[in-house]
Design a protein around this ligand. Structure first.
Ligand code: FPP
Length: 234
């Protein structure tokens, strides 16, 4: 059996379908999805999963109707304000990866405040991927590396995988061992392309708003039974 993963990444999919099935506006699905976020944070703390990365808003999500985008922004603000105490109770540090500068000032300010207020916690980390795309993150890393070369601090000959990893958005966070995707879709959708190279993938038909602690535990159990070989044979 594999040990409990230290880092789990999740594509929280199916909020829209969950709402549609109930004849509700899509935003109600996202609201219910925020409850699943809290449930999974608690489960991580109980199980000893130290890092949790959630795909909360992709760089492609800006293409959704303005009303839905605004609703998601409001929800993020509300989450940061109303659930901050849960982060403190669970001693979880909040971090963000992605092009956060794309977000409205009010959202950035609130997130920044919670990021700073939880900075001292080292037991667990909640990493929100916001306006996030895996290719864009790798391009940002390339830009940072190019700047170091231009400044004379780095020789191109010395650039290797570790150099790229060091220049990603959250370089100190270990790669996820497990990536969960809800609502049955078998796609990576531009999520953590570099970091998921050796991750085990777990896809469940459960829609994100229905995904709660027992579902998370099932995913962890399935992961623990997987044989991980990293390209070797035994
Ligand atoms: C995908 O479902 C989900 C999103 C685009 C947003 C995820 C956001 C939340 C769960 C809201 C709260 C998050 C935090 C961190 C407070 P979808 O709308 O693509 O579903 P569909 O494929 O069924 O339409």
């Amino acid at each position: 059996m594999n040990p409990i993963p230290t880092h789990v990444a999740i594509i929280m999919d199916g909020n829209g379908r969950w709402a549609q099935a109930r004849g509700l506006p899509r935003l109600k699905g996202h609201e219910a999805g925020a409850e699943s976020v809290s449930a999974v944070i608690r489960a991580c703390r109980q199980l000893g999963v130290k890092h949790l990365t959630l795909y909360a808003f992709s760089s492609e999500n800006w293409r959704r109707p303005a009303e839905e985008v605004r609703g998601l922004m409001r929800l993020l603000l509300r989450f940061a304000r109303e659930r901050e105490h849960e982060l403190h109770e669970n001693r979880v540090r909040l971090r963000v990866i992605g092009a956060i500068e794309d977000f409205p000032l009010a959202v950035r300010r609130t997130l920044q405040r919670v990021i700073e207020a939880t900075e001292r916690y080292s037991e667990g980390q909640l990493i929100l991927a916001l306006s996030y795309g895996g290719r864009a993150e790798i391009a940002r890393a390339a830009r940072r590396i190019a700047e170091q070369v231009r400044a004379g601090a780095l020789d191109p000959e010395d650039i290797d995988e570790a150099t790229v990893a060091r220049n990603l958005d959250a370089p100190d966070v270990p790669d996820p061992e497990l990536m969960i995707r809800t609502s049955g879709e078998m796609r990576l959708s531009n999520f953590l392309l570099w970091q998921l190279s050796y991750a085990e993938l777990y896809v469940t038909p459960v829609l994100w708003p229905d995904f709660r602690e027992p579902d998370f535990r099932r995913a962890i159990e399935a992961y623990r039974r997987r044989q991980r070989r990293f390209g070797a044979i035994a």
